[in-house]
Design a protein around this ligand. Structure first.
Ligand code: OGA
Ligand code: MN
Length: 220
């Protein structure tokens, strides 16, 4: 198995600098082939190997408003906890990116959470923000795609929109294996368009530490 972080042949410093520069200039970054191909395939195999009970219909926040959610999103998710193998390597990679962005952009990122996601054919996630300004402590969103050989015909793009302009398209990202997207959680409305194939990804969020305790999590 690949060790994306520890291996000297996988130096992420150029990738991390590119992400930091994009974030500084534009608030978002799209990086095709960001992680080693074989490592992404290992992550994909880990996701495909989850048993059906590990993947749950995604909700919004952690409360019980689930009846409304199917209109907004139709993905199934499984939170990533420390483990052996590819999940740990993903968490190590995320920790290295966190450290780099804290050093270069002074973002004060404090913790990271992420989940595997599966969108069945036709599933979508309508336009949403990952965090609401002033309330949320989600600062930075990260998505890694796990679909080799994705074509334009397959659909399933993630579309990012201008801040406060949910109809002004900024960019559209094909969910091809290895593509990494990073963006400021409070700034960019985005959506997942329905796909013709099963669509696999990891979505994650860096938080700052607000430690006020009782607040309900914002929409994912
Ligand atoms: C999310 C999300 C985008 C994607 O889970 O909040 O926006 O392309 N995911 O999977
Ligand atoms: Mn989102």
């Amino acid at each position: 198995m690949m060790t994306p972080v520890a291996s000297p042949s996988h130096d992420f410093s150029v990738l991390f600098d590119n992400i930091a520069n994009d974030l500084r200039l534009n608030g978002f970054s799209v990086q095709p082939m960001a992680l080693p191909y074989d490592f992404c395939l290992d992550l994909r195999q880990t996701l495909l190997g989850l048993d059906a009970s590990a993947l749950k219909k995604a909700g919004v926040g952690r409360d019980a408003r689930n009846h409304a959610n199917a209109d907004l999103r139709r993905d199934e998710i499984s939170w990533i906890e420390p483990d052996e193998g590819p999940k740990d390597e993903w968490l190590q990679f995320s920790a290295c990116l966190q450290q780099h962005l804290n050093r270069t952009l002074m973002l004060g990122l404090f913790s990271f959470e992420s989940h595997f996601a599966h969108y069945a054919p036709g599933a979508f996630y309508k336009t949403h923000l990952d965090a609401f300004r002033g309330q949320a402590n989600r600062i930075l969103s990260v998505v890694l795609y796990l679909n080799p050989g994705w074509t334009d015909y397959d659909g399933g793009e993630m579309v990012l929109y201008e801040e406060n302009e949910p109809h002004e398209k900024l960019c559209s990202v094909k969910p091809e294996l290895g593509t990494l997207v990073v963006f400021l959680s409070e700034e960019f409305p985005h959506e997942v368009l329905p796909a013709k194939r099963d669509r696999y990804s990891i979505a994650g969020w860096y938080r700052v530490n607000t430690s006020t305790g009782t607040r309900v999590d914002p929409p994912a």
